[in-house]
Design a protein around this ligand. Structure first.
Ligand SMILES: Cc1cc2nc3c(=O)[nH]c(=O)nc-3n(C[C@H](O)[C@H](O)[C@H](O)COP(=O)(O)O)c2cc1C
Length: 175
């Protein structure tokens, strides 16, 4: 599929069919995420995958009720990154943004992830509203990693319309 079609078709999907996602497809999607550029190729993104009903229930319990409802039946991927590596040299931040570069890298990887999912006929919902401490405990995420989104992954049971975007002129200035 052409990139423009893929980008247009991707939507945040908040209703999923009761249909399991093959772990082999999840691996393909995560391999695509690994192709994203990262600071000095540091690849600090980490993924904790809940693909069985038991694991999904454990991770879903770490979400507020509205996100639990939106991600019902979906596989869940907790995304994190290893701190103090991306944007750092010999343990010191390379510039004022420090660990924000790890977040930047993870965002890029997650963008590849959601687009690859769409290419394979799957849909996603990135959820930033979640209980970080509960996720750490449920997925066994060490303190050396920063916990970011939980991404729901499954087969869409709704057709959301394209949400409006700002005019390019509102967000861009050619110098
Ligand atoms: C970092 C991030 C966190 C988000 N957190 C949530 C969330 O907790 N719950 C939710 O329903 N949507 C969440 N969203 C989805 C956004 O609301 C959605 O991407 C936006 O409204 C644009 O719609 P679209 O993805 O369909 O283009 C999040 C998106 C991002 C990128």
């Amino acid at each position: 599929m052409e990139f423009s079609d893929l980008a247009l078709q991707r939507r945040s999907v908040r209703a999923y069919e009761d249909k399991p996602v093959d772990p082999a497809l999840i691996e393909q999607i995560l391999q695509a995420a690994q192709l994203a550029p990262t600071w000095k190729n540091s690849q600090t993104g980490r993924y904790y995958v809940a693909a069985t009903p038991e694991a999904q229930a454990k991770i879903r319990a770490c979400l507020p009720s509205f996100n639990q409802r939106s991600s019902d039946h979906a596989a869940l991927i907790v995304t994190a990154y290893v701190k103090d590596v991306s944007g750092f040299t010999a343990g010191q931040p390379d510039n004022e943004l420090g660990n924000q570069w790890g977040a930047y890298d993870l965002g890029l990887q997650n963008a590849y992830l959601v687009l690859k999912a769409r290419e394979l006929g799957l849909d996603t919902l990135i959820m930033g509203i979640r209980d970080e401490a509960a996720l750490r405990a449920a997925a066994g995420i060490p303190d050396t990693e920063a916990v970011f989104s939980v991404i729901a992954l499954g087969y869409r049971a709704q057709e959301p319309s394209l949400r409006p975007r700002k005019a390019l002129s509102d967000v861009t200035r050619f110098l």
